[in-house]
Design a protein around this ligand. Sequence first.
Ligand code: MLT
Length: 277
Amino acid sequence: MPTLGRFHYLEALPSEASSSVRRPRGAGGGPLGTLVLIHGFPLTARMWEGQLRLASQGWRVIAPQLRGFDGTPAASPAASVDDFAGDLVDLLDGLHIDQAVIGGLSMGGYITFALFRHAARYFRGMVLADTRAPADPPQAVEGRQRMLQAVRERGVAAAADEMLPKLVCDATRANQPAVVDNLRTMMMGNSSEAVAGAILALMTRPDSTPVLATIHCPTLIVVGEQDAITPPSMSQDMQRGIAGAELVVIPEAGHMSNLEQPAAFNAALAHFLERNV
Ligand code: MLT
């Protein structure tokens, strides 16, 4: 995994073989642009491995490892979505990326909103996958507090046990056991400190509903048809709030739409990148 100082990230660059790209390549024959994908909770950047093949569409694809996840070093764990967003600004600056299509799944979407709030100038486009704009209501905060306590007592297995049953739809659980195994492996590779920090970030995140009307870059919203954590109605709410946003509902997918139906997810992204950005 490439590193830049304290940052770790997955990266795929367009190859010379990506001749299926209909548009001319960027200036000097380089990539058409950069796509940055931020991972969900309590996962790792590896959840985006299937999306690295979007590089064949002519795009540079980067999936940052959030602070402390997947065994990456962290002097202090993040405790807010703003901490994660600040790291992403540092990574983008370190890689000399002035503008990118930036997005994430679920917690990655919450962090995308935080980054937009602080540094909208980096956004050439936005991708919001299986996520929502509102903050946690009081009852959900209580649930987060219980999970935080459980993670402190029992480690990351406590978060994995609570999250896994909710992440994928029944068809995925029955027919794609490797997806569920992969999710558990990613979760168990994280430190309890990083996961606890992310729980704090989730439960303290602000309401991003007022941000929606300020988003004027091309925006793609994607959601699994059977997403039990952030159901399609929440994506419809975001679509109503963001002028011109496109919404794609992925059949036979739950919350982890990119892992459950990678071909449909990638097709939605490829279409968006080609037509809208
Ligand atoms: C995620 O997938 O990142 C989490 O489900 C987010 C959440 O629990 O709100």
